[in-house]
Every structure is written in C-alpha cells, then in structure tokens.
Design a binder for this molecule. Sequence first.
Ligand SMILES: [Zn+2]
Length: 295
Amino acid sequence: MNIWPTYHNFSAEFREQNRNLVLYDTLHHIQALLLYHPNCDCGRNCNCAEQRRKIVLSLNLALFERIRKERGNSDGLGMLREFLKIPEDAYFFRENWNDAFPLRFIMKELQQKEVELKRVDQIVWIFLRLAKTSESFGGGGQTSISESARVIQGNLPIKKARLSEGLPILGCDKFYTQNLDKYKSICHLIAAFQLHQNPSIFSSPEAFFTSQTPENIDLTLKRAHWIRHKLITTKITKSKEGKSFPQRVLKELPDWVEYEDFSNTLESVEKKQQELEKESSASHSTSKQQMKCGN
Ligand SMILES: [Zn+2]
C-alpha cells in the first residue's frame, strides 16, 4: 500500500519547481496517518483509507485557499489544484466541503490521540538513546523495547514515578509497548516530530501545522528516514522479542527524501551508562586476574 502522494501526470521538472507543495502535501499525508494509521484493526469494514483521503483533501484545500488569496486568480492555479488532487467541485463548493470535514475537527481528533502518540514518541527516543549508549561501549547498539519501557518507568511504582529521563510518565510500561505495537508502522514518523520537545502540537495543533515551513518539513522527513534506519538496524538484546522493528513493517519514506545522520543529537541514558561502566570494569579486572593465574 502506497501511503504517499503520487504525481503521475506531472513531469519531474514541474514537481521540482513545486517542491514546497510536494512537502506540504506529504505533511498532510502524515497528519492523516497520525489519525488513521495503516495497521488498524478495523477488519473488513475498514474505512480508514477513505478517512485519510478526506483529511488530506481538507488540508490541501485549506493550503490551496491560502495560495489563491496570496496570488489572486492567476493562470497557473488550475494546475496547482490538479497537483493537489482537489476536484473542481470541491473547489467550487469549498465552503460546504469545509463544513463537512472542518479543519478544527481534524485538529481535535489529533488532540484526542495526544497520550498515545506521546507514548510512542517517548519510547522510540529512549530506544534510540539506549542503542547509542550501548554503541559507545562497543555493544553494537543492543537494546530492546522492554528495556526502553522499563527505563521510562524507572524502578518506582507508577503512582510515585513522575519523571524519568526528563519525561513525564504516561501510564505503566504495558501501555507504552501496546501503543508502540499499535502505531509501529509509522512510529518513526511520529517520533520525527519530537513531540516531547514540541508541546504546541497538541495545545494548538492548527497553529503548529500551518506554521511549518518547507525547511521544517524537509528536516522532519529526513529525521524520520534516519529514525527508521536506526530502528531496523539496532540489534535486539532479547531474542524472544525477535525483530522488534521489521523493515517490512516500518513504512518507507518517499524515495526523494535524503538520508542524514542525526546520531550526534542523541544523549546517552545515564542509568544504562552506569550499568555498562560497572560491567566493563568487572570484566577488565577478571581478565587481569586470569592473566595473573596464567603466570
Ligand atoms: Zn481501519
């Protein structure tokens, strides 16, 4: 299933000239995926693809209206309307269409998913940080989802636990792993927004998304690309978890998104670092003793 916009009737040159529109269109597809993710459990009556289509149409229509106001009714507008897959009747009846699927409804739905999406964001980032910590000790970046959930919750009972690794705790570790499972195919897209650093996504989602510049969107997509790569290449500590982030499950980014390494933005996890320091000094002294015995 392709989750990204396609522009079959348009030349590569036209796409390149309108790269900003491609970026906004892609952002709108991500917004739709956050609300109706592709591995839903609706079964045969699934209406999610249709809901995503409507959300993208509403967001693209709002974008088109902004462009139209800026440029006036110039000649190229018809092309742009087609490019954004806005049917002529939706354009003509835009006010009615907005009544049927208003933006505020999309934003309200997003706010309702706040806790679930924040849990996914937190656990993905802790997983990446644990992998980086292990990597710095020559451990090949080994970690696991359950270890990540444990780090978030800490050793305290949930009522006493308030902050772990600087993050507010959003329920017990079981909820984290459940939500990650639910949104796994797009977890890298969720984490790319760095929700833990951008609270305004939920306090004023409309302002957050409409203020995204093409540069911001480009950066978010590159970050998602890197997160996906890290998740699928990190070795999992416990074999029973199998491949926690299978390549085939995590949705690929559009093929025009470039790869950039963001590893230097990751901080290590102090608790894991202390454990690994202890382990490495213990194995160091054991090998010293073995050398002595050999003499
Ligand atoms: Zn569904």
